[in-house]
Design a protein. Sequence first.
Length: 272
Amino acid sequence: LHLLPYLTAVHATHSSLITSQPQHALARTIQETGVGITPVVMAALQRCVTAPAGRHTASVIFLHGSGDTGQGLREWIKQTLKQDLVFQHIKVVYPTALARPYTPMMGALSTVWFDRYKISNDCPEHLESIESMSQNLGDLIDEEVKNGIPKNRIILGGFSMGGAMAMHLAYKYHQDVAGVFALSSFLNKGSVIYQILKESSQLPELFQCHGLLDQLVYHSWGKETNSALLSMGVPITFNSFPNLYHELGKTELENLRSWIVKKLPEEATPRN
């Protein structure tokens, strides 16, 4: 199995880190859609799943970072924890973003949740691509609901761009989910989310983690996001990790697992 480049190139620039991402799924999507085609066809998202050990009563949708895949994220977590992120009653879903032209890579196709004008927290958001993917991921949430899992038993989250996508998805469209987590993630200054939350209440809790040594998504960007959301009434747990770069850490994932179980405890009796 491949080793994710986050583990070996954490000092890399954004462009070199992205181009060293696993290419098998991206190459397959390029072959299917054709290089140079700008429109992104909204199709059902591929995903891999870690099933619960017992009766399924809750779900986590875990979004990968830019250029990665759902399978790649699952393997990275498994390598970091020395086991799958598995629960007695919670299913974990790892979808894969559709390949789309990505501006920071000079328009090359990449498996990203949305486009960015540049890697910065001080620029406009690419709202069109965020809206399109919100619809796709909303379909994934609807699937869980149709399978008997209410939205207050679903957590949305992700790493890096995946965490940003989860915040957009939850705080704009699905404020009734059980919680949100964002690992090494940020929202742009002036984010549309900040405008929406001015008129919202009863917001889901956010679990944030960020490495102090992150040279791709700076820790300060995560803290600025934290401060802005706190000022708008979002309940937040923020964890800083002194020796963590732009990567997943064992302690970070163990803390996340504990938080997930707290937000989605086992149910004493089956629902009707």
